[in-house]
Each structure stands twice: as structure tokens, then as C-alpha cells.
Design a protein around this ligand. Structure first.
Ligand SMILES: [Zn+2]
Length: 285
């Protein structure tokens, strides 16, 4: 599930490799992935890549004298650079940008699993900020988010775990990093966003910047092209329920939702309370 650090390292690696490289042709095996009519996808053929950057969890692939491709990986997408073209039976292929130059290099928007959610859309150069998804994003979670007490206060009774993942409020954090951030700040996932005092808001901001930045430093050491299918997320709490808390040794607990799991340390985050498992309580109704 690519979040800000995973998208950022991917954008950095692809940008280093592909600036100035011309797209020779575009293939779209996953028609549902293409959310663009004007300009048409053929508008990037013959254009050189000017830069590959990021806004929130979105890629912004800018072309010289051409449009910008906005790409969202959703939960199971990847943007990867390969030396060879994808085979016609590769079921992960969604959008393939074939590149000029040596060999058969290809930039692939791929997606694992059966659901087709990842998407790409072209917008006119300079019009990225007018795109409905980009325009709806909150401030960047990294490297320099605003003061979080004021940012989150209008969210009032919504739990931190939901608010921090709301891209309209703050952009870049998802299900993995929210667990890490709240654990680092020693805050309950269910604390109300409007109830943060000054010290808690400061600790939360420090955790956001520190954990996302720390992940990026880790990726700078270990992530190379073509960008692995599974990035080595340096997670301490998320997906570690049942194991000892790395800080205090208490067994990490989890709340299971339909499509994800929230992990936390009951000793340090919820005053010793083990939260109700939503999955069980639903079954018992
Ligand atoms: Zn702990």
C-alpha cells in the first residue's frame, strides 16, 4: 500500500533515470485505469519526460511541451521501470509507456490483485492544481506540515486514526504509517482530533515528520530500480500485533476492520485498555 514515503522514493528513482527520455508509444491494457479524454493519452507520444514528482500519494509525470500525467496507485498499484516490454499476458499491466533509447525500456503502471483501482489521467501543462483530486488535497505531511493542533481542530470528534488518513485534511499518510505515527507520538488512535493539547499536537507533528522522513532515509539506502514489487517498509508496530512493543515490551494489540488492521500499544497509547475488536463485535451482533 504505497503511501508518501513509498511514492516519494519511487518518484525520485524514476526522475533520476527518466528525465529527458522520450516516450515512443503508449499501450493501455487496463482500459479502466485510463481516466482521460482530453488531452488523449496519445498526446504524450513523442514527448520527453520533464520530471517525475509527487503530490500526496499521487505521481505527477510532467512532459516537455506536453501534458502532465497524474497517477494514483490506490491500494495495490506500482509504477516501475523495466528493461524489457511486458508480455501480452501480463495481467498486472495497466498502462505501458514505451521509451526511446537503448533497449526496450518501459515504464509500467501495474496493479496486483483482481480489483482495478489504480488510475492515470492527463491534464494540460500547469493545470495539475485544478484537477479535482489534486485540488482536494490537504497540506503535505512531509517535509514541513503546518502546526497540527490548528489543522486538526476543525475535525472535532473524528478519531485521529481516521483524520490523519484523510487526504483532504493532510496528504500522504495511509493505513501503515498512521499506526507508526500514533505509536511514536504515544497517542490513542481513537483520541478525538479536536482534543489535542499543545504538547500532544507538537509530539504528533514531530512523529509525522520523523517517521515519514526516516522511512525515506531507509529507502534511499535500499531501494533501487526497477523498484521492487514489495518495498521494505521499516514498520515497528503496523502488522506487528501480538509481538512485544519495541519500546515497552507490552504485547501490541490490534483492531480488525473489514479491509485493514489497526495496531497499537495498549500500555502507552490507550491507558492500558484493549480496544474492542470491531470484527468480533460485528459478528456478535
Ligand atoms: Zn509500548
Amino acid at each position: 500500500m504505497p503511501e508518501l514515503p513509498e511514492v516519494e522514493i519511487t518518484a525520485r528513482r524514476l526522475d533520476e533515470a527518466l528525465r529527458g527520455v522520450v516516450v515512443s508509444s503508449v499501450m493501455v491494457p487496463g482500459l479502466n485505469a485510463l481516466r482521460t479524454f482530453d488531452p488523449p493519452v496519445s498526446a504524450v507520444e513523442g514527448k520527453a519526460i520533464a520530471s517525475i514528482g509527487r503530490r500526496g500519494k499521487l505521481f505527477l509525470l510532467r512532459f516537455e511541451d506536453g501534458p502532465t500525467a497524474i497517477i494514483h496507485l490506490m491500494s495495490a498499484g506500482r509504477l516501475q521501470l523495466f528493461d524489457k516490454r511486458a508480455g501480452p499476458r501480463d495481467r498486472t499491466s495497466r498502462v505501458l509507456l514505451r521509451l526511446e533509447g537503448e533497449g526496450d525500456r518501459e515504464l509500467r503502471l501495474r496493479e496486483f490483485g483482481t480489483r482495478q483501482q489504480a488510475w492515470m489521467r492527463l491534464v494540460a501543462a500547469g493545470a495539475e492544481d485544478d484537477d479535482e483530486v489534486v485540488a482536494g488535497l490537504g497540506p503535505e505531511a512531509w517535509p514541513d506540515p503546518p502546526e497540527l493542533g490548528a489543522l486538526l481542530a476543525p475535525q472535532k470528534a473524528r478519531p485521529l486514526h481516521a483524520v490523519l488518513r484523510d487526504q483532504h485534511v493532510i496528504a500522504g499518510i495511509g493505513r501503515s504509517w498512521v499506526d507508526e505515527i500514533l505509536w511514536t507520538a504515544r497517542l490513542s488512535p481513537f483520541k478525538r482530533a479536536g482534543d489535542l493539547d499543545e504538547d500532544e499536537a507538537a509530539a504528533l507533528r514531530e512523529a509525522v515528520v520523523g517517521r515519514l522522513g526516516g522511512a525515506l532515509e531507509h529507502y534511499e539506502e535500499v531501494v533501487r530500480l526497477p523498484i521492487p514489487d514489495k518495498l521494505p517498509l521499516p514498520l515497528l508496530v503496523h502488522r506487528h500485533e501480538g509481538e512485544p512493543c519495541p519500546r515497552c515490551g507490552t504485547t501490541l494489540e490490534a483492531v480488525h476492520y473489514e479491509s485493514y488492521v489497526l495496531a497499537y500499544c495498549p500500555q502507552e497509547q490507550t491507558g492500558g485498555r484493549v480496544l474492542k475488536d470491531r470484527r468480533l463485535s460485528r459478528l456478535l451482533k
